[in-house]
Design a protein around this ligand. Structure first.
Ligand code: GDP
Length: 717
């Protein structure tokens, strides 16, 4: 029979490092069923029958974040055979808050105090045996990074799993609280097993509604709650949190000896500079500039250009063409393979080298401990409009390419913040949108220098306004997630961990390119390449795009865009081909205006474009393309990060809807300002703007405040 061991601990306690060390490459990474929270499972190296489950990093077993709910549902319903509670030895006091809850679950627990290498280097002392006695469970010292003590820890975990040794709950709250907890425990007889009584009794006293759905019948404990609240003159949740902290302080004094004596650790010294009020932002700007410079503009661009122009330009297509010609392949099939599959998937895979370079940097910054500081620095600014400090990185990366940008949102633990970031990151103009900006600026605005900055401004404004508006909806309402992030000690990450992290992120994208993106590009290729020319249906020449099925569709949907000022089918078709890759927009215009090939900014067609629409309409077209659904590759990334069709479509619908509304307002209002006529569209635009104003200023939805435990954890330096 296989043994299931769950790893539970705070974020940054070293769970991933331990998990990787224990499972090696025998792991499966996915998502917990139905939610985007990462799920990792693997077999213990050399022991096929021991399964290790990495639970999401959490600070407590409360129901406030999706991670907490996922972790505790697993612990309550699936009941692993044993839990390894991994505790950051450099931050033991805060970590024990979760431990006291885990010990109440009635599951065999072994505590692994991690980062012992740092603890020792700092000259601190943790009395492991004493801690074990106080907590009532076995405690071992480990260093997940160095690999010390981990074999012993897992051996002990397997042993207690096999003997089913549930630790005795040694921790006690004050007498009055214990009496009431005991009373509720008695009422739970027959409803939950004896081992689980304390956990459920405490959670029920905390008025945790989600836990009530986990038990078959709900005992009447209203009187007990009332009595507890009256005795302590506080609400039950705060009472229990305080009791936990009192208990933890009592054992810390006995078991942990800090060698501080006014001495600052190296990490503290670095932090004095890096998180300094005045230096933090400039240092951060320099670090990100280096990352960006290397991964987006130099090495990354070189690699991506090489993949696009050489590998998928000069090498693969001619080679495949030769093969196809040599086997006398039918013209349409050759077109499908070369122009559809190879070109489409090639365009997507072209991003891969750039992504890998970027992911190496991100993995490094993340695991050396700097990313935690960045989030901390940016948090104060970002929370003002409902996003987390961690949303900044995806957006910054998104200026290069939305695909790695969206994927970088993985580092955001809080589910709501992550979804919001995934939805809004693509508003920031990516590299591929720059040619569209150059085209419009050149053709209609005399290459005015304000056009490009204004595009970034529109993107940033869309992110900020979306943050404010969405946070006020029921879907995103809730506790303003506090900044409860540990600032781990700085250290040199191992190469293995960096490459593993890079590969995990990159590979999942490559898989997407092979499925959803492949199908989408084939479909679009078909719509562009077939049509009615010379009186019959068939495959078209490259310059016959205006006879294609896509043109028919373009004609059909063009009226939709009339209120936005660009109801011409060519515009509609250009916007649709932008879904393959935004660079395509300029190329499509080129073909539609009779050029087989145009420069990146479409200089050749500036004159014709200027003749076919007004400046206001062109700007509305630009805004629409900036904000609407991104390219297939980015949509693939959104789909993966959302991990739920409903959320995916909501994101795409929101982006496109917002793009439509903003473009409509730009055109209609701009038209009035530039002396155009007043019409139905103008009225709609005014109504939209009033509605928008209302959504921005209406009050936030009622939200439950956080439990005192989380508040208590906020002072992260
Ligand atoms: P998780 O968020 O709990 O999965 O934590 P990670 O495994 O990502 O670890 C957080 C950081 O601590 C990473 O940079 C690790 O390399 C580092 N780390 C983990 N275990 C140890 C350890 O035993 N000693 C040291 N010095 N660093 C560690």
């Amino acid at each position: 029979m296989s043994v299931k061991i769950a790893l539970a601990g705070n974020p940054n306690s070293g769970k991933t490092t331990l998990f990787n060390a224990l499972t090696g490459s025998n792991q499966f990474v996915g998502n917990w069923p139905g939610v985007t929270v990462e799920k990792k499972e693997g077999r213990l190296k050399g022991h096929k029958d021991v399964i290790i489950i990495d639970l999401p990093g959490i600070y407590s077993l409360s129901p406030y974040t999706l991670e907490e709910v996922v972790a505790r549902n697993y612990l309550i319903n699936d009941r692993p055979d044993a839990i390894i509670n991994i505790v950051d030895g450099t931050n033991i006091e805060r970590n024990l808050y979760l431990s006291t809850q885990i010990l109440e679950l009635g599951i065999p627990v072994i505590m692994a105090v991690n980062m012992m290498d740092i603890v020792k280097k700092n000259g601190d002392e943790i009395r492991i045996a004493r801690l074990g006695e106080k907590l009532g469970c076995e405690v071992v010292e480990i260093s997940a990074l160095k690999g010390t003590g981990i074999t012993e820890a897992v051996k002990k975990a397997v042993a207690i799993a096999q003997t089913k040794t549930v630790s005795e709950i040694k921790h006690e709250f004050c007498k009055e609280a214990e009496e009431i907890i005991q009373r509720v425990e008695d009422k739970l007889s027959g409803i939950v097993t004896d081992g689980q009584k304390r956990f459920f009794a405490v959670k029920l006293l905390e008025k945790d509604e989600k836990i009530q759905t986990q038990i078959s019948s709900m005992p009447d404990i209203a009187e007990d709650i009332k009595e507890l609240e009256e005795k302590f003159e506080d609400d039950t949740e705060s009472i229990i949190t305080n009791e936990r902290y009192c208990y933890i302080s009592s054992i810390i004094g006995d078991c942990v000896k800090k060698n501080r004596a006014g001495k600052l650790t190296l990490s503290d010294k670095i932090d004095r500079v890096v998180t300094n009020r005045w230096l933090a932002l400039p240092i951060f700007a320099i670090v990100m500039w280096v990352v960006y410079y290397v991964s987006v503009t130099t090495v990354g661009t070189f690699a991506t250009d090489w993949t696009n122009d050489v590998l998928f330009g000069d090498i693969i297509p001619p080679a495949i063409e030769n093969i196809l010609v040599s086997v006398n392949c039918a013209g349409w099939l050759e077109g499908l393979i070369l122009d559809g599959i190879v070109a489409g998937v090639g365009a997507v895979l072209g991003f891969v080298p750039q992504m890998f370079v970027l992911f190496i940097f991100l993995a490094f910054l993340e695991s050396c401990g700097y990313m935690a500081r960045v989030a901390f620095i940016m948090d104060r600014i970002f929370r003002k409009f409902g996003l987390s400090g961690k949303s900044f990185i995806p957006m910054l990366i998104g200026t290069g390419c939305s695909v790695p940008g969206v994927m970088a949102s993985r580092t955001i633990e809080n589910d709501r913040d992550r979804k919001m970031t995934v939805m809004t990151t693509t508003f920031i103009p990516c590299g591929a949108k720059l040619p569209i900006i150059a085209l419009i600026a050149g053709a209609l605005f005399d290459e005015a220098s304000w056009v490009a900055p204004s595009a970034y401004f529109v993107g940033i404004a869309a992110v900020i306004c979306s943050g404010i508006i969405l946070k006020k909806t029921k879907m995103f309402a809730g506790d303003p997630a506090p900044f409860v992030m540990e600032l781990p000690a700085y250290h040199m990450p191992t190469a293995g961990n960096i490459f593993r992290s890079m590969w995990e992120r990159g590979w999942s994208f490559i898989k997407k390119a092979g499925t959803v993106i492949l199908l989408s590009t084939i479909l679009l290729w078909f719509l562009m390449s077939f049509g009615w020319a010379d009186g019959s249906f068939g495959m078209l020449e490259a310059d016959q795009l205006d006879s294609s099925i896509l043109a028919v569709i373009g004609n059909f949907i063009a009226p939709l865009f009339k209120p936005l000022g660009w109801g011409d089918w060519k515009m509609a078709v250009a916007a649709v081909t932008g879904l393959i890759a935004k660079e395509n927009v300029v190329g499509t215009f080129g073909i539609l205006f009779g050029f087989a090939e145009v420069a990146e900014d479409g200089t050749e067609i500036w004159g014709q474009l200027a003749g076919s629409m007004t400046a206001v309409a062109a700007y509305s077209f630009l805004v629409f393309n900036l904000l609407c659904a991104p390219c297939f590759a980015a949509m693939g990334a959104i789909k993966r990060e959302m991990n739920n069709p409903k959320w995916f479509w909501f994101a795409i619908g929101y982006q496109t809807g917002l793009a439509y509304a903003v473009s409509l307002c730009v055109y209609q209002i701009g038209n009035i300002i530039s002396g155009g006529g007043f019409g139905l569209g103008t009225i709609v635009a005014v109504i939209l703007m009033i509605g928008f104003g209302y959504l921005m200023v209406r009050p936030y939805k009622e939200s439950r405040t956080l439990n005192a435990g989380q508040k208590a954890m906020v002072p992260a330096r």
